[in-house]
Design a binder for this molecule. Structure first.
Ligand code: FE2
Length: 186
């Protein structure tokens, strides 16, 4: 019964899937259906607080992480017209739409990475994700997210490690810069 799927059971299944450290592609393949099931659960919907940080444009509500910050489960609530700069994650991730549409743009880094704080990006593609749609993110993927609707949109995010502890980066394609990026979490 998907509706009765609990956070406790979801986390237990995440632990089972990642035990022994299988390949990222195998983890993503197995986490995706679990995350979709949890995204559709009553427990997840009851836990969403929809709190957004005005300055960063979205709220990051951490529901779970292990003591070493692995297996992070979070609800992200996006203010209308707001989003993120292009960024990577430094870990694998699965994102599932919960409420409203979110536009994901995917980018490719085209410089050789040898100049400090310098990065050149090329925009590859864009796709709108609706509730129930899932995105599998490998550690190398660079994307940006935008809520183009007039209401708060919500998505469930599952990461191999809390993204504030992976040393990940954000990019400014116009200024051609790359800088460390952490987010405000609650
Ligand atoms: Fe992301």
């Amino acid at each position: 019964m998907p509706a009765s799927y609990t956070l406790q059971r979801f986390v237990a299944e995440l632990r089972a899937v990642t035990a022994g450290g299988p390949q990222v592609s195998a983890i993503l393949q197995q986490v995706k259906p679990l995350a979709r099931r949890f995204a559709a659960s009553r427990e997840l919907r009851g836990r969403c607080n929809l709190q957004c940080d005005e300055q960063q444009g979205f709220g990051f509500q951490l529901l779970h992480e292990e003591p070493d910050h692995t297996l992070a489960v979070a609800v992200l609530s996006w203010l209308p017209g707001r989003g993120t700069p292009p960024h990577d994650h430094g870990t694998w991730g699965v994102v599932v739409g919960v409420l409203g549409d979110e536009v994901n743009a995917f980018w490719q880094r085209v410089d050789d990475g040898t100049r400090p704080r310098h990065a050149e990006l090329r925009r590859l593609s864009e796709k709108t994700f609706a509730p129930g749609d899932a995105i599998a993110i490998t550690p190398e993927i660079i994307h940006s997210v935008r809520n183009e609707t007039d209401r708060i949109s919500v998505s469930l995010h599952v990461y191999g490690k809390n993204i504030n502890f992976t040393g990940r980066s954000q990019f400014d394609p116009e200024r051609r810069t790359v800088t460390p990026w952490t987010v405000v979490q609650n």
